[in-house]
Write a protein that binds this ligand. Structure first.
Ligand code: B3K
Ligand code: ZN
Length: 885
């Protein structure tokens, strides 16, 4: 955390460090309130830096006990060291040793950055700037050091002592009840990848043999008694290790790989070298406590953190502006992994849903920023959907543009050339420019311009000339600090669908008079504001299938006729666009309904849409895909499409009515699917079984929405007899749609059955927080006083308050401002404990400007109240100021 200054850090000010720290020897004596850390730093002037400059080490809330330079004590009273800085005005111009002793209170550390206590363990979190809460250091990712870490603790309190690298020594300390372990990590790393854990934990162990025959000992450490819940994570880890060898040629490099699951953690997990620390939500699973979605997340996060070993750790970032270099690329890699493990088509749909739900609103609001930002006040506020998800989309686009072969060659070059370094986006892109023999300067604008481009398309079919003319144009709205934009390179993967005959062979003839457009892979590159493509020898008017597989992270505007959409839902060879056509149809219908509802009329109804869904439900062989088609865009998605003067209540009414119509009109095929897809035999978390459960539960939910008595009966029966959490929570969700005594009884019995399992109770909190009824806020407030709730635990905060703010559009946005006030109060209270989580919660206000005027006014006054509160953290101050700017 940056407390010293309110000046932003800027990319253009980057300078290589003037000093380097080659070696770090840490000695950590763990004690609950007085941990002693001795850091022996081997420092030298950087030959590439400026000579004779002061050495300024970062600190954050540190208490120095003793500091020596080459063995000579420095006078702590002389003022060269403060809690946030250690300055040597004229350090030696040769290598020297600085030894620093600090004392920490891990128990009082509620920010969960640096060294803290969680459950029966001590653990650390250093990314982005937490190492400076442990000792004074050059806390920047381009300072790479080799670490040796000695940890000492009470045997009874912390029998397990872990750090990065390989264990080289351990033993008892004679005459005491304490013991120690020494870990050595031979790979130079930035301090944000340092980690240490000491605790009384259970564990499971396994082994992975790399393709070159090296044996790697694998361990997963969890709360005692939870060992059996870690087996799926272990399986996912071994699959990740094998996949990275075959898909990217990357082999693991240490003798040990450990994972520790803790229950108090600010985010999902952390990729510390050889010692990943995880939020236990992304490790622990059993059929009775975790849903299929949880299993899929565990697989993805385990893979993500493992893949960081190469993309992030072996090659790290020069500075935090390059964050997407490791995050976007690693998300891309984990998406590829999950697609290979599961159904690629269904996975793509899910990834795009996430992008649109998380990243598009960010890009459209006051918090929009470049995938590579050029300034920041608080770096922790930049671990965003833009850096992660849009960062991954850019890499996917690059692969579409240059093709699989050049992409693979470029990746190999990157690993070869930049291994062991702290690299930049330019370094990364240069490898693909070389492998594809292509200038990628314009493509790089994706990193430097924020906002979601809009691609507008019009088409004209000329039956006499047998031509089909597509006019494409791109435009981008202003975003904070960027009033105008240069055109992007946009790969448009397309096909022309001729009804049931499927894809026409693409033969492009001319473009603005020029001829010979290369269409081999069905990809058009839109690099200018406008482009016209004329297709020749087109026998019938086709339905254009645009942006197949979502080939670029853009919004698309095209006036498909209803019959086009029905054709695409039924016949597009690209399954993503079959799903997209149904979403486009639904969105159009919902927008019409919202208008009608706001004008005091009834929601719109469209039998053609229901028929299209009926055909998919009755004919599709893939239940997971069908479930996606039957899932309407969310309320926030509809709000985003409307864009301004948004009324969340009208959206809710419109969407609810359409769901009811689907449930009612399709009750027969839905009941049939429900009966047909019943799980027989033992539980399996694999994609096929999960897909069957997902369609079954989507059907159940729609049947209850349609008030089909049999559906309600089935939901109650499923809730009573479910053997998996997937089915149990889905039934509870279906039953929770309408207020009733049965709902309250079911909620109570769910609590009784799972009390004590915090991760399951989180689902119970979230489900109640998202009930779209006026009583929801009172319920949420009451739950904040529930013994299972705690403001100190990020998972609890996210599942109750976060779910209310992000998942309950009507109640968070209640016109009287009560939802905003509640969340603002929670942010202010939480900010005193954990600024990072508080700032994240406040970002729920990011779309406030698109609301209708009453709500907009209420949201603004809640934000102004936060802004005017004394003692804000830099984290919250940054978000609130950008939100109001
Ligand atoms: N690199 C970490 C995120 C750290 C967040 C710091 N505020 C997890 C990940 O992306 O893998
Ligand atoms: Zn990551």
């Amino acid at each position: 955390m940056r407390t010293d200054t309110a000046e932003p850090v800027r990319l253009k000010d980057y300078r290589v460090p003037d000093h380097l720290i080659d070696k770090v020897d840490l000695d950590v004596k763990l004690r609950a309130t007085a941990t002693q850390v001795t850091a022996r730093l081997s420092i030298k002037p950087n030959p590439k830096g400026r000579p004779d400059t002061p050495l300024v080490l970062d600190g954050d809330g540190l208490a120095a006990r003793r500091i020596t330079l080459d063995g000579v004590d420095l006078d702590l009273a002389s003022g060269f060291v403060t809690p946030s800085q250690l300055t040597l005005t004229s350090p030696p111009q040769r290598p020297f040793i600085l030894e620093i002793e600090t004392e920490l209170d891990p128990t009082a550390n509620t920010r969960l950055m640096g060294l803290y206590r969680t459950g029966h363990a001590y653990c650390t979190q250093c990314e982005a700037e937490g190492f400076r809460r442990i000792t004074y250091f050059l806390d920047r990712p381009d300072v790479l050091s080799v670490y040796t870490t000695r940890i000492e603790a009470e045997v009874s309190e912390a029998p397990a002592l872990l750090s990065n690298g390989n264990k080289i020594a351990e033993g008892k300390i004679d005459g005491t009840s304490r013991h120690f372990a020494v870990w050595s990590d031979p790979f130079p790393k930035p301090c944000y990848l340092f980690a240490l854990v000491g605790g009384d934990l259970g564990s499971i162990h396994d082994e992975f043999v790399t393709r070159s025959g090296r044996r790697v000992a694998l361990g997963i450490y969890v709360e005692h008694g939870k060992e059996a819940f870690a087996t799926y994570a272990m399986d996912a880890l071994k699959r990740s290790m094998a996949w990275d060898e075959t898909a990217f040629g990357r082999e693991y490099d240490l003798d040990v790989f450990n994972i520790v699951a803790v229950s108090d953690f600010n985010m999902g997990a952390m990729e510390n070298k050889g010692l990943n620390v995880f939020n236990d939500k992304y490790v622990l699973a059993s059929p009775a406590t975790a849903t299929d979605a949880d299993y899929a997340h565990i697989e993805a996060v385990i893979a993500h953190e493992y893949f960081h070993n190469w993309t992030g750790n072996r090659i790290t970032c020069r500075d935090w502006f390059q964050l997407c270099l490791k995050e976007g690329l690693t998300v891309f890699r984990d998406h590829e992994f999950s697609s290979d493990m599961r159904s690629r088509a269904v996975h793509r749909i899910a990834d795009v849903r996430t992008l649109r739900a998380q990243q598009f609103p960010e890009d459209a609001g006051p918090l929009a920023h470049n995938v590579r930002p050029d300034a920041y006040l608080e770096i922790n506020n930049f671990y965003t959907a833009t850096i992660y998800e849009k960062g991954a989309e850019i890499i996917r686009m690059l692969k579409v543009l240059i093709g699989d072969e050049a992409f693979a060659k470029g990746m190999d070059l990157y690993f070869e050339r930049f291994d062991g370094t702290a690299a930049t986006i330019e370094d990364f892109i240069s490898c693909f420019a070389e492998s594809a023999q292509r200038d990628l300067t314009q493509f790089s604008r994706w990193y430097n311009q924020s906002g979601t481009p809009l691609v507008s398309v019009t088409a004209v079919y000329d039956p006499a000339a047998r031509t089909f003319t597509l006019d494409l144009s791109q435009s981008s709205k202003p975003t904070p600090g960027q009033p105008t934009k240069e055109p992007f390179v946009i790969p448009v993967e397309l096909g022309l669908v001729a009804g049931e005959h499927g894809d026409l062979k693409l033969r492009a003839g001319e473009e603005d008079g020029a001829s010979g457009v290369e269409l081999g892979r069905g990809i058009i590159e839109l690099t200018t504001p406008r482009r016209r493509i004329v297709f020749r020898d087109v026998p019938v008017r086709p339905s254009p299938s645009l942006f197949r597989g979502f080939s670029a992270p853009v919004r698309v505007e095209y006036d498909w006729s209803e019959s086009d959409l029905v054709t695409l839902v039924a016949h597009d060879s690209d399954s993503f666009n079959r799903w997209q056509a149904a979403q486009t149809f639904a969105t159009r219908l919902l927008l019409r309904s919202v208008e009608a509802v706001r004008a005091g009329g009834a929601p719109a109804y469209e039998p053609n849409f229901i028929d299209a869904l009926r055909i998919v439900t009755e004919t599709s062989a893939d239940p997971a895909f069908t479930a996606q088609v039957l899932t309407l865009p969310g309320e926030a998605d509809i709000a985003r499409e409307i864009g301004q003067d948004v009324d969340p209540d009208a959206i809710h009414v419109a969407r609810k009515a359409l769901r009811a119509a689907i449930g009612h009109d399709l009750s027969q095929p839905l009941l049939a699917a429900y009966a047909r897809l019943e799980d027989k035999g033992p539980y399996s978390p694999d994609a096929a079984a999960a897909g069957r459960r997902s369609l079954r539960n989507v059907a159940l939910d729609l049947l209850v929405s349609g008030e089909i008595p049999e559906g309600v009966r089935l939901a109650a029966a499923q809730f009573a007899s479910a053997s998996t959490m997937t089915d149990e929570i889905a039934a509870l969700g279906a039953l929770s749609q309408a207020a009733s005594a049965e709902r309250e009884t079911a909620l109570e019995s769910f609590y009784q059955n799972h009390a004590g399992d915090a991760l399951v109770i989180d689902k119970w909190f979230a489900l109640q927080a998202m009930i779209a009824e006026p009583g929801a806020l009172a319920r949420v407030k009451k739950l904040t006083a529930h013994p299972a709730f705690s403001l100190a635990n990020p998972n609890r905060v996210r599942s109750l308050i976060g779910a209310f703010a992000a998942g309950n559009q009507t109640q968070f946005n209640a016109p009287d401002g009560s939802g905003y006030d509640f969340v603002a109060d929670a942010v202010l209270e939480l900010d005193r404990k954990n600024p990072q989580v508080a700032a994240r919660l406040l970002a729920a206000f990011r779309s406030w400007r698109s609301l209708e005027s009453v709500r907009r006014g209420q949201a603004e006054s809640a934000l102004r109240r936060v802004a005017g509160s004394p003692g804000l953290s830099p984290d919250v101050r940054d978000i609130v100021e950008r939100s109001l700017a």
